[in-house]
Design a protein around this ligand. Structure first.
Ligand code: ZN
Length: 291
């Protein structure tokens, strides 16, 4: 398959969706979070979509829970609730807002505790990511992490074998994007990220960071093996979350972390954190004690 921001998406009519009595409510976009799920069961194709929707309706949901669903057999992408709609996929809340109302959700058909994700599935999910970004439904073309990493969720979803591939999916998305270019990025004040890219020589984990353009931010996203106290990597190992109260208050979405360097050229025990501020839609920096 080709990773593209304009993939073929099988419409609700084409897969035989049940007409909706009450469509899912609208949410503010772009969202900063995009969580990855799996169905946890076996199935494929339009028939599986219909049975998933029937199960959701029987369970009291207004519709199939996710934004988009991708088939592990062939990477086919199915429209579920679509962008800009409240999901019923990711419990818990972040910053006092229900995760379902401040994120989108892609679901892979299968149980990836046992099954192996196909290359077609990975490409299909990557194309979903790019398409959602092109629709301005998500702020950055990356999967935030697996369902289990969403605050307040205790689950194995989206299964260990797929969780292990989230970094690869994000790389596919970063390398793809054929077709029409995404809409121009808003001015989000991306300057601070380039400003902190230089002190990487003090990275105590010794990993080499990789600069990447983040179109929706107009900024630089760095892979970084370093961590501040309480940090934990997402499945993507690129976007980090933090337990620090100051960071959480600003949106808990770290883009990069780096130790600061003292006058003697050595790490001074502090670190600079760059993050995307949910409240202000801006990139900001914080200086925190280093772990
Ligand atoms: Zn899930």
């Amino acid at each position: 398959m080709t990773v593209t921001n304009s993939p073929t998406i099988i419409s609700r009519q084409a897969w035989g969706a049940n007409p909706l009595v009450t469509p899912a409510g609208a949410i503010a976009t772009p969202t900063l979070d995009l969580w990855l799920h799996h169905t946890g069961g076996a199935g494929s194709g339009a028939g599986y979509m219909r049975s998933l929707q029937q199960g959701a309706l029987r369970g009291g949901y207004v519709d199939l829970e996710y934004t988009l669903v991708v088939d592990n057999r062939d990477g086919a992408i199915y429209m579920s609730r679509g962008p800009g709609r409240n999901t019923a996929a990711t419990g818990g809340s972040t910053g006092g807002v229900a995760n379902n109302a401040r994120s989108h959700a892609i679901c892979a058909m299968g149980n990836f505790e046992n099954e192996t994700p196909t290359p077609a599935l990975l490409d299909g999910i990557a194309s979903c990511v790019l398409w959602l970004a092109a629709q301005r439904a998500i702020a950055t073309p990356v999967i935030t992490g697996p369902h289990t990493d969403a605050p307040g969720n205790a689950t194995a979803c989206c299964g260990r074998n797929l969780i292990a591939q989230i970094g690869a999916i994000n790389q596919r998305a970063a390398g793809g994007g054929g077709g029409t270019a995404p809409a121009p990025a808003p001015d989000t004040g991306g300057g601070p990220l380039t400003a902190i890219a230089s002190p990487q020589r003090g990275n105590p984990a010794g990993r080499t960071p990789t600069a990447r353009p983040v179109p929706a931010l107009g900024a630089i996203l760095l892979e970084n093996g370093a961590a501040l106290s309480g940090d934990k990597p997402s499945g993507a190992n690129r976007v980090w979350t933090s337990s620090d109260a100051a960071v959480q208050a600003a949106g808990n979405k770290l883009l990069d972390i780096a130790p600061t360097i003292g006058a003697d050229g050595r790490p001074d025990g502090r670190g600079v954190v760059a993050l995307f501020d949910l409240g202000n839609n801006q990139v900001g920096t914080y200086t925190l004690p280093w772990s």
